[in-house]
Design a protein around this ligand. Structure first.
Ligand SMILES: Cc1cc2nc3c(=O)[nH]c(=O)nc-3n(C[C@H](O)[C@H](O)[C@H](O)COP(=O)(O)OP(=O)(O)OC[C@H]3O[C@@H](n4cnc5c(N)ncnc54)[C@H](O)[C@@H]3O)c2cc1C
Length: 561
């Protein structure tokens, strides 16, 4: 990928066929599809790629067992269609980025025979709906088989479980792989570039956008024949920027997750708790060396700061602990995150749990803005396919075949599951580092390791006894437009999701490496480290946990070195 200055030069004041606003899953999916169909495309993201909802998912590639239940109860063919489409997209998502995805087995424990029978039938329907896209059949497991797979599951009253298969993925890295694949196909993009105003032609159709570079404060124009609004929770703000009188369509529902040491519930498999007190489901999923637990559901507005509150934690642990032999305490939480589901509604009275995760394409006749609203990660590619069909139509072009159905993403080309062994054979790195690099970067891990030939120190870990190495920071700045410490520690390396406290301790070294690459002054570096540490300590406090002691002296040392 080009660096920020080069991208700015290619974008500012230039004309494109398509301008995609928003660099989450939906926007990156649309940008890649448009560029691969031969449309000259630019994607503008106000924050970081995957900086909003797209790194806040439960990270499951699924048709949606709960939505299937709703579809059956409501006898609603539309909800049914959402599940079937997602089941087919599940396979494509798995195939297109093998380094960032995997099949995962889910066990649903049963404590009443009626529940077990209900689940067994429901999951057989899930299998049947998947048809040729089925990845493994569901089956009943006895109490003994269940406890063998999940030894920390509550024993009292346990009858058995029903097992089914879905997918799991690294949402932030999948988003970045979409962006990198897009730019390698010739597309242009910039993060920290907010669309603030539209310009119009004589017929009132959008013809340009004024963009603010959030890092420098400078403004620049971008011309395009079609504008695609893929701003997820912020969709209504772009719709009304285009046509003030458009009524709001979005309803936002906050969902929180917490991460725990995997030892509290050691298992290769994920657990689905089928009914929480508020009538939803809760997942406890092994992810990235942790147990990921979520999620909650609470209606919010786009201006809110999304964080994991003590109330969210009490709710999730309250539900989870009913299923555990040894209850988990809030003090065991190592990290967490929250985001807002962008749900589409025409009906204000419906609760957000009831809104199907379907997507809607709206073409505003007054401005020509094409908004892609709602959906879920699993269906981002299909949503993009439909959107770019609409773009080609709006441009008066024939609708061409969609190229993304089987387009392997950057890092997935030539990937094999023994990549980490090959990395270890070629470079003096630990097994944990090799596995981490293969899982985060796929075959692009070779490019990361290549940097260590330039400077051997880059093969050193960022934190002692932790897999990520310093070369990753340099790679992420040079190749993935990382511009802040959080861009690196959260979405690109995953340290912030692994442990808030580790992230605080990694910040000075990451800040120093970024300062060298981005020519930050000492003051800028100190400021960047301090504000990152403050933010993460605020997250700890909001979760009711002790903030981490962080010595100002270490930031001083870094800035001076
Ligand atoms: C708690 C939770 C759990 C979920 N779990 C799953 C799951 O397990 N599986 C699944 O399939 N789906 C899941 N989802 C749904 C999925 O995460 C979302 O559907 C998806 O990430 C939405 O992506 P998006 O690109 O539409 O929105 P976002 O990722 O929010 O991206 C929109 C982007 O637009 C940018 N933007 C806004 N205004 C402007 C502007 N003026 N100029 C430029 N850019 C702008 C924002 O900065 C933002 O980055 C979950 C969602 C939540 C909240």
């Amino acid at each position: 990928m080009k660096n920020r200055a080069e991208e700015l030069k290619d974008i500012a004041g230039k004309s494109f066929d398509v301008c995609v606003i928003g660099g989450g899953a939906t926007g990156a999916g649309c940008a890649l599809d448009a560029q691969l169909r031969g449309l000259r495309t630019v994607m503008l993201e106000a924050g970081d790629f995957a900086g909003a909802t797209s790194s806040a998912a439960t990270k499951i590639i699924h048709g949606g067992v709960r939505y299937l239940e709703e579809a059956i109860k409501d006898v609603d063919p539309k909800e049914y269609h959402v599940v079937v489409r997602a089941l087919h997209e599940r396979v494509r998502m798995l195939n297109n980025a093998p380094h960032l995805t995997r099949q995962l087995q889910f066990l649903v424990p049963g404590f009443h025979w009626m529940d077990v029978a209900y689940l067994d039938i429901g999951l057989k329907i899930y299998d049947w709906l998947a048809g040729s896209a089925r990845i493994a059949p569901s089956k009943y497991l006895s109490r003994e088989e269940t406890l063998e797979r999940m030894p920390e599951l509550k024993r009292d009253g346990l009858l058995g479980s029903v097992e089914y298969a879905d997918g799991q993925f690294d949402d932030a890295r999948y988003n970045l792989a979409l962006v990198e694949t897009f730019t390698r196909a010739g597309g242009n993009t910039l993060n920290y570039a907010r669309v603030t105003v539209f310009g119009r032609d004589s017929a009132g159709h959008l013809s340009s956008a004024s963009v603010t570079d959030q890092l420098s404060g400078k403004q620049f124009p971008v011309q395009a024949k079609v504008f695609v609004n893929a701003t997820g929770p912020f969709t209504d703000s772009i719709r009304t920027l285009a046509t003030n009188s458009l009524p709001p369509r979005m309803r936002l529902s906050k969902g929180s997750h917490i991460l725990l040491p995997v030892e509290v519930f050691p298992s290769e498999d994920a657990m689905l708790i089928p009914k929480t007190d508020d009538g939803r489901v809760l997942f406890a999923v092994p992810w990235n060396g942790r147990l990921l637990v979520g999620t909650t559901e609470q209606e919010v507005s786009p201006e809110d700061d999304f964080f994991v509150s003590r109330e969210d934690i009490d709710f999730m642990l309250g539900q989870l602990n009913r299923y555990l032999e040894h209850p988990v305490q809030p003090s065991q939480i190592v990290s967490g995150y929250a985001g807002a589901r962008p749900l589409v509604s025409a009906n204000e009275s419906q609760s957000t749990e009831k809104l199907a995760r379907d997507d809607v394409i709206e073409i505003d006749p007054a401005s020509g803005l094409i908004s892609i609203m709602g959906g879920k990660w699993t269906t981002h590619r299909a949503m993009a396919e439909d959107t770019i069909n609409a773009v080609q139509k709006a441009l008066g072009l024939d609708i061409t075949e969609c190229p993304t159905r089987s387009h392997v993403l950057h890092g997935g080309e030539g990937f094999t599951s023994d990549l980490w062994k090959k990395l270890m054979a070629a470079y003096p790195i630990s097994k944990e580092t090799a596995q981490h690099l293969a899982a985060k970067f796929g075959t692009a891990a070779w490019e990361v390791m290549h940097l260590t030939q330039e400077n051997r120190n880059l093969a050193q870990p960022i934190l002692l006894d932790s897999p990520p190495i310093q070369g990753e920071v340099v790679y992420c700045v040079r190749e993935e437009l990382a511009a802040t410490i959080e861009d690196v520690l959260a979405r690109r390396l995953g340290i912030q999701f692994y442990s808030w406290r580790d992230a605080i301790h990694a910040a000075p070294r990451v800040g120093e490496l970024m300062a060298q690459e981005l020519h930050w002054s000492n003051d800028q570096t100190k400021q960047a480290i301090a504000s990152y540490v403050d933010k993460i300590n605020r997250r700890l406090e909001q979760a009711g946990l002790q903030p981490e002691t962080f010595s100002e002296a270490s930031a001083d040392h870094v800035a001076a070195s």
